[in-house]
Write a protein that binds this ligand. Structure first.
Ligand code: 2P0
Length: 334
């Protein structure tokens, strides 16, 4: 099955004419505690493993869509027209084509992120999730969240997790058509996460050197450590869920941090080697490890970029503020 067939399977052949009104939607950024890294199907963004994330309540993408009556789509990102020759334009166009239920339908899409775009802070996840919600309303599809999750996945794998607040698990699924590969909330984590803060240490805002898409492909094909990765993830998922249910922050932090480091080590051993770290990444990692010995339990996670996300308990807030004055702090309780 290809992506277009997936959409038809879920949406049917829509009789729905789009509304002429502008639709505005919001989807949160999600940060993976147990990472998605590697696909079993590159077209449908089907993952090799499950993954588990937390949503940042105030950070994400706001998207406005309306039908236009010209012959082409227009895309705006953070107030600027998206360059027609960019990879981002192509990805948006590909995704919009999936919802072009009639060739005369063209879309004006205005998308705004309140996080740096493409700096390893998962703006593509909140972006494609917000756009999926927008198409759902534009065509009055009234789909279930699980169906929206499948559709968002076609834009970007991790987007399937950006449709909920709180902790979310993406089931890898078994089926070749991917209809069992979607996310759902992991409610058991809610009371634990109420006491957790995330500190965004954003020291690099430039676009990353290699897209996650290409980096995942290279890692799966060439890293000698990749065969260990899926076993590692399975164990980490079990362990982090247990840690959260036992309100064991130290174990929780250890597992999340080790999972991120294992992902980076796996890609470092690819051919060619993939390195998303810079000197500041290494500096902050060392600083966090030193603080753990001397002050309080602080851990980190890191995605496909150099920036670091601190994980800490509310009672460590004053230390975090003092030691990382530039960190943007977000608590997970609403
Ligand atoms: C994650 N990342 O679980 C992992 C951890 C980055 C590091 O999902 O090719 O933009 O669109 O499916 O979702 C980033 O990859 O990749 C990502 P595609 P995506 O959050």
């Amino acid at each position: 099955m290809n992506a277009r067939e997936t959409v038809i399977k879920i949406v049917g052949v829509p009789q729905h004419t789009p509304t002429n009104e502008a639709i505005t939607t919001f989807a949160p950024v999600n940060i993976a505690l147990i990472k998605y890294w590697g696909k079993r199907d590159d077209q449908l963004n089907l993952p090799v493993t499950n993954s588990l994330s937390i949503a940042l309540p105030t950070k994400g993408t706001t998207t406005t869509i309306r039908i236009n009556h010209t012959t082409h789509d227009t895309y705006w990102l953070n107030g600027e027209s998206v360059d027609k020759n960019s990879e981002f334009f192509n990805r948006l166009h590909y995704f919009c084509d999936l919802f072009r239920f009639h060739p005369s339908y063209h879309f004006d899409i205005d998308t705004k992120n309140n996080i740096p775009t493409a700096a390893g802070l998962a703006s593509s996840a909140s972006g494609f999730a917000a756009l999926t919600l927008a198409f759902n309303q534009l065509f009055r599809l009234t789909l279930e969240k699980s169906e929206l999750s499948i559709l968002a996945r076609l834009g970007s794998g991790s987007a399937c997790r950006s449709l909920w607040d709180g902790c979310v698990e993406w089931e890898k699924g078994q089926r070749e058509d991917g209809l069992d590969s979607f996310a759902h909330p992991y409610e058991a984590a809610t009371s634990f996460l109420d006491s957790i803060g995330v500190g965004l240490l954003i020291f690099a805002k430039e676009k990353k050197k290699m897209s996650s898409r290409d980096a995942m492909l290279t890692t799966v094909k060439t890293s000698p450590l990749y065969s260990q990765w899926s076993k590692h993830v399975e164990q980490d998922l079990t362990d982090i869920k247990r840690a959260m249910s036992q309100h064991d922050f130290i174990r929780f932090g250890e597992i999340a941090e080790k999972n991120a480091l294992a992902m980076h080590n796996t890609m470092l051993t690819s051919e060619p080697s993939i390195n998303y770290c810079n000197a500041s990444t290494l500096h902050y990692r060392e600083k966090i490890w030193a603080l753990r010995k001397t002050k309080c339990p602080i851990y980190f996670t890191q995605d496909a970029g150099p920036n670091i996300k601190l994980l800490f308990q509310k009672e460590s807030l004053s230390v975090v503020k003092e030691e990382f004055p530039s960190a943007e702090i977000i608590f997970l309780s609403r």
